[in-house]
Design a protein around this ligand. Sequence first.
Ligand code: GLU
Length: 513
Amino acid sequence: MNEEISNIRVRFAPSPTGPLHIGGVRTALYNFLFARKHKGTFILRIEDTDQKRFVPGAEKYILDALNWCGLTPDEGPDMGGEKGPYRQSERKEIYLSFAQQLLESEHAYYAFDTPEELDEMRNKMKASGVLSPTYNSITRSSMQNSLTLGMDEARKRIDSGDSYVIRIKMPRNQEIKFNDKIRGWVSVNTNHIDDKVIYKSDGMPTYHLANVVDDYLMEITHVIRGEEWLPSAPLHVFLYQCFGWSSKMPVFSHLPLILKPDGNGKLSKRDGDRLGFPVFPLNWRASDQNEIFSGYKEQGFYPEAFVNMLAFLGWNPGTEQEIFSLSDLISEFSLDRVGKSGSKYDYEKTKWFNQQHLRLKSDSEIFETITELDNSIVEKFSREYILQVISLVKERAIFDLDILKEGSCFLFNEINFDDSAVNKKWNPAFIPHLKSLSDKLFAINEFAEKNIERVFHDYLQQHNLGLGKIMPMLRIATTGRLAGPSMFRSLEIMGKEKMLNRITEAIDTIKNG
Ligand code: GLU
């Protein structure tokens, strides 16, 4: 295997048949990391030869998703490059000459079979006990093709406008071997490979031909793609042999599957909505449908957390470290540490990654994002005050939006008393204590966390009161809830006027309500 790591060129080659699902983004990510790590080139190639499956908007979605994740290609349809065009539909003319080359070297042949004739062959084979019949080195001898009709007759039929395809001619009983970087040696007997269509009469190549020709012409050194393409790899290796390009064959790496959280199957596009989490990086709405599929971006995930999570679905650094920025991933990533077995997707863990990345952000970075989410707070409060609230509630947040929720009693003047907290812990018998405690706190000169804490505890001691009686009432009165960050720091940030007003209001509202 070619182990030399120089002039690396890798490609991410999605088909624009719909939005990119997280498995596709992971493939793009591993290609990107591998390229950046080895100072190579990351190429985006749009494989749109199957016009029937083309979905408008899908290509733009792919590019937007890559950009959001920070995986911007070096060469591609929008950014150009020396080996373009990068959209296969714009390379149509290129493929015909390669298909002809295979016809001339007798590695391929024309076939004219109609859908009915193909069905008839399959039915006959099934009747004679073949479970999954294919067009192959045995069945082709009884079909309508240039091998059975002769080349002259075949050309006549083509000239008279008959519809045809070009099929690869798989040899009988040969071993095709290649060394996959993740799976090791893979060996398949050609008897198990059918004579795949490589070129269609609509003038379009099929995936196999276009993919191999483009990898060769674009000088791709490493093919890193999902496990679902492993069954196609022997045919691709065979095509390299037919063209005489074996010495230029890329190193193959077939990535493990991403599995459903609740079973063993592959995580599918439908699982997200079924299980309540997104499977797409960005929201997706097909032009002909009303349904919107949710995306990580719109759910409030940071791209760096999403990418960090994806990196771990199949790869690990071999250490305990889990939190990586994109540039840390670039320096640590290696295909040697990509496993063979599938990784289960875990939504809770994805949220955990977001929480960890949120904690890495500075308060002023979070200030920028939350004021974008709700600009009204900058009109009401000073930047300094908002920064104090951010630092107070940051530890309790998973998303930026949680900062606004957790900090709502500081950032919005109205507070709503949580009914269950009131039912559980609001005891009218202690209202006189709450009142005189608040007077004592209000009298503090330097209204700071430490002093508040001291006065609070002194009061409890003097009156022989347990913490569990008065603290929850103080919390409910000033924040509306029972859970929250440090009470004393919360009061300091709130200020003593607001504290006193809230306690007075709470006593009134809760008593009357
Ligand atoms: N067009 C294929 C896809 O949609 C590319 C497979 C490959 O990378 O060879 O995933």
